[in-house]
Every structure is written in structure tokens, then in C-alpha cells.
Design a binder for this molecule. Structure first.
Ligand code: CA
Length: 232
């Protein structure tokens, strides 16, 4: 798993693409490129820390890609590159779900600074209420969850437990602590309630629930959500 944030650049102009690639790589980022709308749509299935997106693509409108990703519940930060320097086009870009935009021609150091700033802002929590962990995501606002593009249907308490664990990656909780924090102090069930919910969650979120990569059992203690870089 790469340590540096991986950025996807979708840009059809070869000269701009090359400049972006050089500047971002020397700034320490891992960068992949896509040269068309179709290319970008396929590439963005991978997990990226940020999408740098040109709007004027030969086979489509970048704004449609933004809408597509947001409709699918993808919260990755999107920075739009646009030659359309009218207030209206900026508003449409942000309305579609982009986080920021840069108007061409742009000053490369400024663009890199914007990228850094967006990544700093997003941290592990992206957007409002959206928490991501590898390709697994939960949205506290809409109470939806999914893995990549695939939605995961969760019962209310399963959702609460998953959200709580994802908000504290790497931290181990005892069953009693989880009952207290997720079910609430007034709940009178016992520790097996937690085990039952973890089992159900694993069946829904893990590729192989007998070999969990997200919710780990800490023997003799309780459970923890793996750190994102530990998820294989
Ligand atoms: Ca273009």
C-alpha cells in the first residue's frame, strides 16, 4: 500500500497532463493519469485521495463524472480544472459536488498548494459525515454505507456500530465499552449482543468474514477497526 496520497489526473491535453504529473510527483504524490472521460470513469474505481479533473474532455463533460461519483456515494475530494471562467460555470462545478476549482491557465505552485490544502482538509473524513476506510464508506448524514460503488444494507444498530468503529480506526474497544458508546448506557443487553452485531457486520463488509480485514478481534479484549493502511 503506497504511503503517499495517490492522485488521479483526468486531462486530455498532453502538455498540461505532463506538467501536472511532473509537479505533483516532485511534490511527493503518487499520480495516475487518464486521458478521457471513459478512461477516467474506469480509473476512478480505484481508491484515490483526490481527483484532479478537466471539464472539457473529448468524449464527455467532466461535470458528469463529478455527478456520477457523488450519486454513487463517493466522497473523494475533487478539484476541477476548467477553462470556463464564468461565475456560472464555477457555481455549476461546485453544485455538482466538486470541492474546489482552478481556472486555466493556472500557476503550477498554486495548484499544488490547493491540492495540499484539500488533502489536509479532508483527512480521513471527507465531506460532511462521510467516513472512509479503504473502499468501505459510511455516511453519517444519509445513513448509507457501501463498498466502492456497491451499497451495503445495514440495520440501524449495525450502522451505528460500524460508524463508531470507523471513526476510531486502530483503537481497541471492550464489549462493555461498545455497549455503552453505541447502544447507550440505558441498554440492558449483554456482551453477546456485540458479538452478534460484529458477526453480522463482517458478513456484510468483509470479503471473507472468517478472515476479517476491517473489524478485527483482539483476543481477550474486544474489537478494533484496522488502520486503513493495514487493510489489504
Ligand atoms: Ca480539455
Amino acid at each position: 500500500m503506497p504511503k503517499e496520497p495517490r492522485i488521479l489526473v483526468v486531462e486530455d491535453d498532453m502538455r498540461i497532463r505532463r506538467e501536472l504529473l511532473d509537479a505533483l510527483r516532485s511534490a511527493g504524490f503518487e499520480v495516475d493519469v487518464a486521458v478521457s472521460y471513459r478512461d477516467g470513469l474506469v480509473a476512478v474505481q480505484r481508491d484515490y485521495a483526490l481527483l484532479l479533473l478537466d471539464l472539457g474532455l473529448p468524449d464527455g463533460d467532466g461535470l458528469d463524472l463529478v455527478r456520477h461519483l457523488r450519486d454513487a456515494g463517493r466522497g473523494l475530494p475533487i478539484l476541477i480544472l476548467t477553462a470556463r471562467d464564468t461565475p456560472d460555470s464555477r457555481v455549476r462545478g461546485l453544485d455538482a459536488g466538486a470541492d474546489d476549482y482552478v481556472v486555466k491557465p493556472f500557476h503550477m505552485p498554486e495548484l499544488v498548494a490547493r491540492v495540499r490544502s484539500i488533502l489536509r482538509r479532508s483527512g480521513r473524513t471527507v465531506g460532511q459525515g462521510l467516513v472512509r476506510h479503504g473502499d468501505l464508506w459510511v455516511d453519517a448524514e444519509t445513513r448509507k454505507a457501501g463498498k466502492g460503488e456497491a451499497p451495503i444494507s445495514l440495520k440501524p444498530r449495525e450502522f451505528d456500530l460500524l460508524l463508531f468503529l470507523m471513526q476510531h480506526p486502530g483503537r481497541t474497544w471492550t464489549r462493555d465499552q461498545l455497549l455503552d458508546r453505541v447502544w447507550g448506557a440505558g441498554f440492558t443487553g449483554d456482551a453477546r449482543t456485540v458479538d452478534l452485531h460484529v458477526r453480522r457486520l463482517r458478513a456484510k463488509i468483509e470479503d471473507d468474514s472468517s478472515d476479517p480485514h476491517f473489524i478485527e478481534t483482539v483476543w481477550g479484549v474486544g474489537y478494533r477497526m484496522a488502520e486503513p493502511q493495514e487493510v489489504r
